[in-house]
Design a protein around this ligand. Sequence first.
Ligand SMILES: Cc1ncc(COP(=O)(O)O)c(C=O)c1O
Length: 424
Amino acid sequence: MKKYAEMTRSELELERAEVQAKYDELKAKKLSLNMARGKPGKAQLDMTSEMMDILKSDSDYMCDGIDVRNYGNLEGLPSCRALFAELLGVKPENVFCGGTASLQMMYDTIAKCYTHGRVNSDKPWAKLDKVKWLCPAPGYDRHFAISQSFGMEMITVPMTSEGPDMDLVEELIRDGDVRGMWCVPKYSNPDGIVYSAETIRRIASMKPAAKDFLLMWDNAYCVHEFFGDYLPFPDILGECAKYGNEDMVFEFASTSKITFPGAGVSVFACSEHNMEYVKKLLTVQVISYDKVNQLRHVRYLRDKAGVLALMKRHAAILGPKFRCVLDWLDREIAPRGIAQWQKPNGGYFVSVNTMPGIAKETWRLCKEAGLTMTGAGATFPYGRDPKDSNMRVAPSLPPTEQLEQAMEVYCISMRLAALNKLLA
Ligand SMILES: Cc1ncc(COP(=O)(O)O)c(C=O)c1O
């Protein structure tokens, strides 16, 4: 099989006729497939439903001497804080457990910067002329949506195989208007890249000109291996503390992809100083979060070993789905030389970089043939991918049979988009 770039015009025309015919055939099937978002599939949710039966009698609601059904314990159930402390490698007093969705906590952390400022701000960010924000990209679209909704000026920082381009980051943080940065340090969304020890050291030791610089460390995939064993990962709070930067960072995590995205527990972890400050603000906002659900999680997951055992069961479902995606790409796309992709061991995505200028068209062709993909461009600030190349494949939701079909549609659409571009 020849690479498309090496084909003559007549070879390309022949190939296009074949691919177009195959595409029309798939389109005629009127499929309805979705690889747009990193949602756990039904088999994963069903597997975890047993957690909901754990609390039965009145006495089951007692934990740590607390009746979890009542008000109180703003910062969360002590046992739940201890569980997450073990997972993240921090102290329980550095952990705050909330309700479902860490995204809400991230939004709220930033909202508080705008309304009240940070622990070491001169004034609330809403009173600043400008807030600039570093956005490693490709990245998580919802992070960028938060930044955009607060009117931040987003600055794209390219990702390397070791994490964000730190030479550029170190240059950019000399600007006092640069007030923070998004990071997904383990199995980044969408690339699945694990930040290297050196990248983490350089991030933890940053000396930004803005003294209230906020490192948003979204460790959403901290225990989410689908191939191979759990990969231990440095604790960012401890790393930052080594360089006198303990107040710079807020770390986030949740059980959205451990138990349920619709009924999980989210956490942030931060320095004692930060904790005291945000608790003062949060206590006005809420009396306590859902401690009943926190207790369910504690009883069900027990400890880090319990979490890792459950993640192995998720991996048994997810691993074959990722294998399916990678096999299709290796078989149908690699020999034609029209895209490259990461081969992650964890997280929820495969990040595909097509030849420049065909991601949007591939997305459109997929859509017309009944396959919804994450919008091309979504992985970049303002939805603008300068090369029109990055596409995020999310294989977790469709059952395996549907995934095979979805990948067939995806590969054929990409080939057709590439041929149309080359023949234009
Ligand atoms: C990097 C990242 N952070 C956060 C989330 C959402 O987390 P939560 O469900 O805890 O709000 C996702 C979901 O896809 C994600 O990929």
